[in-house]
Design a protein around this ligand. Sequence first.
Ligand SMILES: C[S@@+](CC[C@H](N)C(=O)[O-])C[C@H]1O[C@@H](n2cnc3c(N)ncnc32)[C@H](O)[C@@H]1O
Length: 271
Amino acid sequence: MDTTAFTAVENSLYLTLDGRALDACAPRPVLGDPTASGIVAALGHDPAAGPLVKSQVFDIAVRSRLLDDVVRSFVGRHPDAVVLELGCGLDGRIERVQPPSTVDWYDLDLPAVVSVRERLLPAHPHVHPVAADLTDPAWLERIPAGRPAVAVADGLVAFLPQDAFVALLAGIAGRFPTGEIAFNSYTRFHVWAIKHYRGTGSIAGVVANPGFDDPGDPQRWVPKLVLADEQFASRAPEVALQPLALRWFTRLAARSTAVSRRGTCVLRYRF
Ligand SMILES: C[S@@+](CC[C@H](N)C(=O)[O-])C[C@H]1O[C@@H](n2cnc3c(N)ncnc32)[C@H](O)[C@@H]1O
């Protein structure tokens, strides 16, 4: 399968895909997602050749699990929901969540990614691939309004200019009668680190969001949003699965909210 024409933004999907694939073959996996291993094998891609270190693999797996839980809980309460997987890359979240058949699931990403995705991931009667640039709000017209919606974005926000990010939040909160939006956040420190850390050099030039430090900001930008919770990877139960030194370091970080925010964090808003 040819992914050589992917842009740097599209190529970013390998970071998260690799993280889940490496987690799946770890002795004590956090997520244990066999779909990720299957996809890298089908692509002939070696995740171990990538830049990820153990702590990043852990973070990627934990944030996937946290976002899976958001979707699982929402569709459990709203079996008529629509799920919006924003910047889906080659993530097989639906296989992990296994929503009821009454749920409609929309996988959104740039056209080149959706085209590869359609060839790699199993078709599903309730999954709708949507090729769209999420900085253009026109995509929302293609999703049926009138049903509760849960939108999740894993690794997307860093690539959205601030005005497009706010417009995305406002567009979703304005289109559906009720719902939730959850994503891993990028603080200004994260954005700085992505631009300076050698391992994330491939995306340094295409990170477009400045990051934000206060999880209350999105509800100020979009008054329909209410912060429901902020979850830190440093405080996840899976920390117990980390090797001793990493576990010790993470537990120390977990004592401080300010320090934990510098690590992986999933924010959830209701509307
Ligand atoms: C870091 S990857 C994460 C992919 C996937 N969520 C995962 O966890 O594996 C970011 C994804 O966002 C997509 N993306 C970035 N900017 C986008 C845009 N403006 N519109 C649609 N998708 C976008 C990229 O193509 C890529 O697939």
